[in-house]
Design a protein around this ligand. Structure first.
Ligand code: ADP
Ligand code: MG
Length: 591
């Protein structure tokens, strides 16, 4: 935990140092009245107490009290500022980190989990630490000041009191271990509940239409139940440990009193010292007890902190040197890749997509076509083989460079809530209005926007839900046109388009792909028969590659696919596969 706290302090070292100095001063002032009290006791035990002296001491005590109020406030404000600064820095760091992580990292996690680190864990830290830091600092420094004082006053009794630490510290450690264990479960359960809730809200329309409200409540219900159990355990299980520590402290106090009386009867201890220990000994344990409780709470916070730090330390995509290719052939060189260990999706795949040519990827659903395009866009890094653009290894380019030279048109287009114009502008925020208009025309967008009242300034609604699938895809083609990147990755729309949209999209694509390295995932063989190269994927590998004529004359799998499908209609056979519109050679055979 200390290491994690130091990690945080480094975000605002000067401020935290200042805060700690104030806290130390504060703790000292808190301990000071005890010293003064002692002076009074001492005086009272003299043969002839000097009254004036006692009054002076009391006045000093009053002054110190006022000073202490000021310092307490100052220390608290400084600590709070420090914590808020650190929390802000952590939020920024998490935000920046999220941008630099590979997209692959995102696909591996629940979005709910990431959101909970960015929002809740940092909040957890801010709340708990902001609240505890002052208390804890006062307690720790206060204990140290008093302990030193007591040991100097009488080392026998002082060390007896401190002996309690031998038992209390391990207990605190054990308590922390418990909090960590159960706290981690509770935080996990909370994250899970969030994810389920999110899922539940997002899926509401679907769930409703399938009458699944009850069933889906099931998983949410389990998550909530689990949250309750783990939360109760986090509170309840470490509790007794902390209580035990309290009892140990009491016992050691009794031990000290006993030893004191023993020494007193032997004449080895002065009465005022004994009285001082009776009063101050108790005060020594007060901050310790506070620390114990705060330590427990902090351990809980530490769980959040660990999640934040592990996110901040997650592997980033590296770019040893940020090289920029000058030509744009895309080459896969014996690429082997799997999302999970031991389960390869691609094995030894080699292919070259030349600049100025169109390369089509075909193959059954799940053969890895989309995976190949994701790898080229460096969403994931490969470990075996290499992917090169213009001879430069992808791993030697920053993701910014890679994104800069690649345009992608996905099957599923996400538009943000804004105008069509703004959505096109995403492709190149610096583009002039004329250029945007040009892209819209080339992408066959104006065909329908000109009929709309707002034209390109029409709002698309959240996620673009006021546009049809074909229209959305044309917006994404317009984006790509505006971006004008030398490499175009195209996941051709599956069967769901109406013929009219299809014609427009074909036209739009034709203007997009001129003079580019084009890699298209084809779902209809008819649209790619004039591709320069067709790569057929099957069983994790390239089954065959060549032009349409080559592949037809070879009479292999492509030839079979081609003859099997009804020439005129789309290669729309995936319906055989659990109703999704995906291509499938297997299904094709059945036809
Ligand atoms: P295609 O586009 O040819 O249909 P994909 O590249 O989408 O094939 O998928 C290839 C294989 O990889 C499939 O078995 C699929 O289940 C798996 N796969 C795809 N994406 C992921 C992912 N994000 N995590 C784990 N497995 C995945
Ligand atoms: Mg796919």
């Amino acid at each position: 935990m200390i290491r994690n706290l130091i990690f945080c302090f480094k975000f605002y070292p000067k401020g935290m140092l200042r805060a700690m100095l104030w806290e130390m001063f504060h703790a000292f002032l808190l301990a000071a009245p005890s010293g003064i009290l002692l002076a009074i006791i001492w005086e009272l035990f003299r043969e002839s107490p000097r009254e004036a002296f006692i009054w002076q001491v009391i006045a000093a005590m009053g002054a110190m009290f006022i000073l202490q109020l000021y310092v307490a406030q100052k220390a608290m404000v400084q600590s709070q500022i420090g914590v808020i600064r650190i929390a802000t820095a952590l939020r920024v760091a998490v935000g920046n980190k999220l941008q630099r992580l590979s997209l692959g990292y995102y696909k591996k996690r629940d979005p709910g989990e990431l959101a909970s680190v960015a929002l809740q864990d940092v909040n957890n830290f801010e709340q708990i630490f902001g609240h505890s830091l002052s208390n804890l600092a006062t307690a720790v420094f206060g204990t140290v000041v008093l302990a030193v004082f007591l040991v100097v006053l009488d080392w026998r009794l002082g060390l007896t009191l401190l002996g309690a630490l031998l038992f209390v510290l391990p207990l605190a450690q054990f308590g922390q271990w418990l909090v960590r264990k159960y706290g981690a479960r509770a935080i996990g359960a909370r994250t899970d509940t969030n994810a389920r809730l999110l899922e539940y809200f997002q899926g509401m329309p679907h769930l409703k239409s399938f009458g699944m409200i009850g069933a889906s409540f099931g998983t949410l219900d389990d998550a909530l139940r689990n949250l309750r159990t783990t939360s109760i355990r986090t509170e309840a299980i470490p509790g007794p440990v902390i209580l035990t520590a309290g009892v140990v402290l009491e016992l050691f106090f009794v031990l000290m009193v006993w030893l004191g009386l023993f020494l007193l009867s032997g004449g080895e201890l002065k009465i005022p010292v004994m009285v001082a220990f009776l009063i101050l000994g108790y005060r020594l344990y007060e901050p310790l007890k506070i620390s114990m409780v705060e330590y427990g709470v902090l351990s809980y916070m530490n769980v959040s902190l660990e999640r934040i730090i592990s996110l901040l330390k997650a592997e980033e995509q590296s770019a040893g040197q940020d090289a920029h290719p000058s030509t744009y052939d895309v080459e896969l060189d014996r690429v082997t890749f799997g999302y999970a260990p031991e389960r390869n999706v691609l094995e030894n795949v080699s292919l070259t997509a030349r600049a100025g040519e169109m390369t089509a990827l075909v193959g059954p659903s799940g053969s890895g076509k989309t995976t190949i395009t994701s790898l080229i866009a460096r969403f994931w890094d490969i470990e075996e083989g290499a992917i090169r653009i213009g001879g430069v290894d992808l791993r030697n380019m920053s993701t910014d460079t890679v994104y800069g030279i690649i345009s992608e048109v996905f099957q599923e287009v996400y538009l943000f809530d804004g105008t069509i114009y703004e959505n096109i502008l995403v492709g190149n925020p610096d583009a002039s209005p004329e250029r945007v208009r040009w892209a819209a025309e080339k992408a066959q967008l104006t065909e329908f926007t000109d009929r709309m009242e707002g034209g390109l300034q029409t709002r698309v609604g959240e996620g673009g839900n006021r546009l049809s699938g074909g229209q959305k895809q044309r917006v994404s083609i317009a984006r790509a046109l505006l971006k004008d990147a030398p490499i175009v990755l195209l996941d051709e729309a599956t069967s769901s388009l109406d013929p009219e949209n299809e014609i427009y999209i074909q036209r739009a694509i034709q203007s997009l792909v001129k003079n580019k390295t084009v890699i298209v995932i084809a779902h209809r063989l008819s649209t790619i028969s004039n591709a320069d190269q067709i790569v057929v994927l099957q069983d994790k590998a390239v089954a065959e590659a060549g032009s349409h004529a080559d592949l037809m004359s070879r009479e292999g799998i492509y030839h079979r696919m081609w003859t099997l499908q009804d020439q005129a209609s789309a290669w729309e056979v995936g319906a055989a596969k659990s109703g999704e519109h995906e291509d499938s050679v297997e299904a094709g055979k059945l036809h």
